[in-house]
Design a protein around this ligand. Structure first.
Ligand SMILES: *[C@@H]1O[C@H](CO)[C@@H](O)[C@H](O)[C@H]1NC(C)=O
Ligand SMILES: *[C@@H]1O[C@H](CO)[C@@H](O)[C@H](O)[C@H]1NC(C)=O
Ligand SMILES: CC(=O)N[C@H]1CO[C@H](CO)[C@@H](O)[C@@H]1O
Length: 418
């Protein structure tokens, strides 16, 4: 797991750097081209005036004077351009983390130092040194990061996973802590698979530090998010009906969706999948599901693992750690809601498209649309990908105190593009 996220994180950082930086450089290039041209224009349009006023033999002198001036200006522009680039790098946190700061944890320095390969350049990859990867956004939270890296090597890790998650949510991924032992929690009373899918487990096998709730009963009395109201009650609650009994026309049934897929459904990816119920229902149908989740307000990862399905502890700012055209089905509900910036959803959609195979299904499940603009933007975004709409339901639900809310549910099939 550690090494997996290590590689990916580096990739993400590089990708972001490249885009942001190249656009910044483009703007600067454009700026400098325009200014250069303006100066040149000024120089040449103003010279004819002097031609008329002064004898010809001075013209030559004047032109060389002007060209001196121009090259001086160009040098100025060049140096300002470099300064701007530097400033932008600093704003983006693009420069490597400043390890000379006071109170910088020594372990962080050690981790980040480049290590020369013992046998020189690797002929296959062309690299000469190992670079530890840490999310470039860590630069923005360097105090938290240093606090996180202040631990005893070879000793027990501090019990601070919520600090780690805070860093992850700020884009500081992958995290650089590698050399301590996390607290062991005895996982007593685990059931064997598949009984584990729907069995209560003891509160004691989860880590509750940093959480408001300290047991499952407390979690079940709360609406943690749109996809999880009482979702840890897998014995009596609504969770036991999800995907097998519909409450509204926006709820599709797993068996109905499975028959829509061409060439079978074997593996699936669930984005922000509550307590793992989608994975559990799919497991009963012999489909392997990976559930992407963070432990926001609940020990979600541990709960999903205890059910015997696979949790992937990953924020959605990450490029998915899967190769292209892998999945037969991708299921997403409101976990896909990545805030107000439309381009973030676009990044996510492209990544979903990348890992979904041609003919595979994208199931958007009860996605909340706060207004028509949001719904139309989402519709336009989805339509750009040219998926076949096997199902498309915009429905209203009355939630809370008589308030009507609009939800979109859809099953879309990825086309084979050439
Ligand atoms: C299972 O756990 C829930 C709380 O999550 C509790 O309300 C319920 O009584 C438990 N059921 C059994 C059979 O232990
Ligand atoms: C799942 O696989 C098992 C073992 O191969 C088989 O007995 C069972 O019928 C399968 N279930 C479904 C729903 O296909
Ligand atoms: C713009 C400029 O430098 N013009 C000069 C061109 O040369 C004449 C003669 O030396 C000067 O009088 C102008 O000032």
């Amino acid at each position: 797991m550690g090494s997996v996220s290590l590689n990916i994180g580096d990739g993400t950082a590089r990708f972001k750097r490249a885009t942001l930086c190249s656009s910044a450089v483009n703007v600067l290039m454009l700026f400098s081209v325009i200014t250069t041209n303006l100066f040149a224009l000024y120089a040449f349009t103003s010279s004819p005036k002097h031609h008329q006023d002064h004898p010809l033999h001075h013209t030559h002198k004047n032109i060389s004077l002007i060209s001196q001036q121009v090259s001086l200006i160009l040098r100025e522009i060049d140096s300002s351009q470099k300064k701007l680039t530097q400033m932008e790098k600093e704003i983006l946190g693009y420069e490597s983390i400043d390890l000379s700061r006071p109170n910088m944890a020594n372990e962080l320095k050690l981790f980040l130092q480049h290590h020369q390969l013992p046998l020189g350049k690797d002929s296959r990859t062309g690299i000469t040194e190992m670079v530890a990867s840490v999310g470039h956004s860590c630069e923005k939270s360097v105090d938290l990061l240093s606090q996180y890296m202040n631990y005893k090597v070879n000793g027990p890790c501090p019990d601070d996973w919520s600090l780690a998650q805070k860093l992850i949510l700020r884009g500081c991924e992958p995290l650089p802590r590698r050399r301590c032992f996390p607290k062991t929690i005895p996982k007593v009373g685990l059931q064997s698979f598949p009984i584990s899918l729907w069995k209560n487990v003891s509160d004691k096998i989860f880590s509750w530090s940093g959480l408001g709730c300290k047991n499952l009963e407390c979690l079940n009395s709360k609406k943690l998010n749109r996809d999880c109201a009482g979702c840890f009650d897998i014995v009596k609650g609504y969770e036991t009906q999800k995907y097998v009994k519909a409450r509204s026309k926006n709820d599709f049934l797993i068996d109905d969706v499975l028959v829509m897929g061409s060439d079978g459904i074997r593996i699936s990816f669930d984005i922000g999948g509550g307590s793992g119920t989608f994975a559990a229902r799919m497991a009963e149908r012999n489909v392997t599901v990976i559930t992407a989740t963070l432990n926001v307000d609940a020990p979600v990862s541990e709960f999903i693992a205890a059910r015997g399905v696979f949790p992937l502890y990953l924020s959605l700012d990450h490029r998915f750690p899967f190769y292209d055209n892998m999945f037969d089905l991708i299921h997403a509900a409101n976990g896909l809601d990545v805030g107000s910036r439309p381009e973030k959803l676009e990044f996510l959609m492209f990544d979903i498209d990348r890992i979904l195979r041609a003919g595979g299904l994208f199931w958007l499940d009860n996605f909340y649309c706060p207004n028509d603009d949001k719904k139309n933007a989402l519709t336009r975004l989805i339509e750009r990908f040219g998926y076949k709409k096997l199902k498309w339901i915009v429905g209203e639900k009355i939630n809370g105190p008589g308030k009507s809310e609009v939800y979109l549910s859809a099953v879309l099939q990825k086309p084979a593009r050439v």
